[in-house]
Design a protein around this ligand. Structure first.
Ligand code: SF4
Ligand code: SF4
Length: 177
């Protein structure tokens, strides 16, 4: 919800930390349609995860052994840094670009795409890179960092999006887009 004009994870936010004098204004998250009172419709938010190919696509079956992933690799470190997203939409409400252009995929969906692109077990990297490289994808981000400032899980979608920009630039040079 918006608390005194700032997006917050309200179920974990102590009033004492956010009260402004004796003022506490609670409102629904911005950039999402309001259903009623404080309830917003998050379908558009999650549809963008789908547009960003935010679903893991593996090749192993349940009969195969577990993949062995070394935790210290740069790729796995990047995954671990972004994986704890709770899908709260705080970053989405914090992002001015989402407000300016509603087709922008937004920080959460792009952060999700970044974790999957770095997941050695995933097999849909090329398709996902194409999905996030368009006009409404990572290059629409202005790198102002509001998403990273307000994420209650202390993730850094800004850094994830910067990584996606590098990935798409390399893919473009290889003629893969
Ligand atoms: S860094 Fe990019 S995604 Fe994050 S709030 Fe700014 S414009 Fe939005
Ligand atoms: S990146 Fe952070 S603010 Fe955005 S949906 Fe995930 S947990 Fe919430």
């Amino acid at each position: 919800m918006m608390v005194n004009g700032v997006p917050r994870w309200t179920c974990r936010t102590h009033v004492a930390r956010v009260v402004d004098g004796d003022r506490l204004e609670i409102a629904p998250l911005v950039h999402l349609p309001i259903i009623r009172d404080l309830v917003t419709d998050m379908r558009g938010f999650f549809d963008k995860w789908s547009r960003a190919k935010g679903r893991f696509v593996g090749e192993r079956t349940r009969r195969d052994d577990f993949a062995v992933i070394k935790p210290a690799t740069a790729e796995r470190t990047a995954v671990d840094a972004g994986i704890e997203c709770i899908g709260c939409g705080v970053c989405y409400a914090a992002c001015d670009v989402v407000g300016w252009r509603p087709d922008f995929l937004g920080p959460a969906a792009l952060n999700r795409a970044w974790t999957l692109i770095n997941d050695a077990r995933d097999t849909a990297g090329r398709e996902r890179t194409r999905a996030i490289a368009g006009d409404a994808g990572c290059h629409a981000c202005h790198t102002q960092g509001s998403c990273t400032t307000w994420c209650p899980k202390h993730l850094a979608p800004t850094a994830a999006i910067a990584g996606l920009k590098r990935v798409t630039a390399k893919a473009a040079m290889r003629g893969e887009l």
